[in-house]
Design a protein around this ligand. Sequence first.
Ligand code: ATP
Ligand code: OAA
Ligand code: CA
Ligand code: MN
Length: 686
Amino acid sequence: MAADGQASNMDNNLANGSSVAASAQPPRPGVLPRIQTRITTMAASKPYKAENNICHDDSSRPVKAQTIDELHSLQKKRSAPTTPIKQEVTAQSPTAFSTISEEERQRLQLQSISASLASLTRESGPKVVKGDPKRKLETPKAHEQHHQYFTPNISTSDSALKFTHILYNLSPAELYEQAIKYEHGSFITSSGALATLSGAKTGRSPRDKRVVIDENTTDELWWGKGSPNIEMDEHTFLVNRERAVDYLNSLDKVFVNDQFLNWDSENRIKVRIVSARAYHSLFMHNMCIRPTPEELENFGTPDFTIYNAGQFPCNRYTHYMTSSTSIDINLARKEMVILGTQYAGEMKKGLFSVMHYLMPKRGILSLHSGCNMGKDGDVALFFGLSGTGKTTLSTDHNRLLIGDDEHCWSDNGVSNIEGGCYAKCIDLSHEKEPDIFNAIKFGAVLENVVFDEHTREVDYSDKSVTENTRASYPIEYIPNAKIPCVGPHPKNVILLACDAFGVLPPVSKLTMAQTMYHFITGYTALVAGTEDGIKEPQATFSACFGAAFIMLHPTKYAAMLAEKMKKYGATGWLVNTGWCGGRYGVGSRIKLPYTRNIIDAIHSGVLLNAEYTKTEVFGLEIPTLVEGVPSEILNPMNAWENKKLYKETLLKLAGLFKQNFEVFSKYKIGSDNKLTEEILAAGPNI
Ligand SMILES: Nc1ncnc2c1ncn2[C@@H]1O[C@H](COP(=O)(O)OP(=O)(O)OP(=O)(O)O)[C@@H](O)[C@H]1O
Ligand SMILES: O=C([O-])CC(=O)C(=O)O
Ligand SMILES: [Ca+2]
Ligand SMILES: [Mn+2]
């Protein structure tokens, strides 16, 4: 009773504005004075007011909610309505801007996604609905909200009775939440990036890549020795496709990304990626070109669709399957199926393979290269196998970044295929690669890195999960990205090789024939990890610096490159970003600042007119002086202590080059055989 009396007494005091007096009164013995949180509000200078003897602190306006759920519903406001689709003016619909309703648009969109997810064998599949199944408000009851889901048929199977929720083109923030709530190994790092695990595979699986052989592809594609295209028949493709689609449809929710490839608007490709992980959806959000809301409304039917069921294995009893992983491309169906690997790079590089088929058909050369542009509009291409420095060297604070990995060269100039970059992170430091380091912030996906469990600080030197740690981020995260990612014809074509033998010079100027020879050869010492199973650097030859992704015979791409380089007067260069002063294990990797100085001298044109000497065996023209590079490393022989060992190693590598080139010697490039002989003569002289 005493407490009650005290309380009402206090309230009255407050109501009378006499709280100061009240608190000034000595407390009754044994009773502590009531804690007062506020007396008057300073900002509004409004006194407390009492209604029904209850004190209200109305210093800030009360929330317009009766319950916590209502309060939560206030937190999110609906996205701004997207602009209506403008229809053609026709006789039937004479109004210039007649629109289709939002409802109709949603219905068409779901119809398109439903068609993508439809089984090829059953009459009906699951109903697709938009939104997160956990958000009750958005789960429609069967008899209401008909516009929210689409089902093509009357239910005839259990799977047709269930809903598959479609998380369509979610934003990075939404994908973060999905990843953190539902995917093990997802964490926010101290810089705001989303750390993820790609599972058992931490690199691509080129031996599990299959391409459907049919009446067209038999003759069109490169098959056999050296080719990345391992054949599979249409039937087996459909078996795997059905397996992937059934897996995806069995889930409560799948992610769907509708995006673009190629910044050249005339040659843009619409891609749809259906996947089961927020990690995959965010990765592709970063790597493909992100449509504007208007572009998304007019998206229509995709030109190519990926079904990524990477968590689910393929069936080893299926014909052609040699492991539980299968990455299958069907050019006729315009589809790709991924089973048994969650490594996100498979999607990126799978689409790149498709571009290597589609673009040459249009006279456009597709290139595994980085690309940047100087302030004066001089464009450089950086070819090279994985880990040779395309991303590192095309990301140059003094130049505009067009792209780091996949480009097209058409009659209009160069264009990036992608909307993001995919950088190697091992030993990444702010000091050596500041732009890449700073791009790893909110929205970036960080694959397989190790971080402090408390501070979430990433340790880029830690290889505990893999050596092939990676960051994927939108290209605009690089401060001097060139948007749109297109540029004029290249002036310099730089071939990067990471030479583990340490015998190739840090830089040499190439003749056209030498450029072709080295382009077709595609030499490097593969840096550990990007291709699954490779743990130590080893000498590798990969035609066109990307044999894993080309679809046609390498000479087709080489001929196009030669033609374009001649037409637009580009100069070829060979830059060794690998070892000097001895082979791997003895010498050391050429310091990045030296390579950057070499690249600067190429860009500026200084190196074009430098003094040159010719090396023996490879016949490479090497400059005697490059500013900011110790002259003794320019000629590798000088950098080796043991000259005899140098010569032996040089001859060994030359032998490997010769052996590798044998398969190409019977192919013609150009209208006569002349170019082939010139190219053969441009190889090592032993
Ligand atoms: N002299 C050098 N030149 C270039 N890169 C170097 C050099 N020394 C060390 N590196 C390191 O080599 C790696 C080059 O990787 P980068 O991401 O550029 O490869 P990439 O060619 O883009 O490969 P991918 O096609 O797999 O993405 C980086 O980690 C970079 O720090
Ligand atoms: O595809 C990958 O995983 C990384 C990459 O860019 C390459 O290997 O060329
Ligand atoms: Ca890269
Ligand atoms: Mn690459």
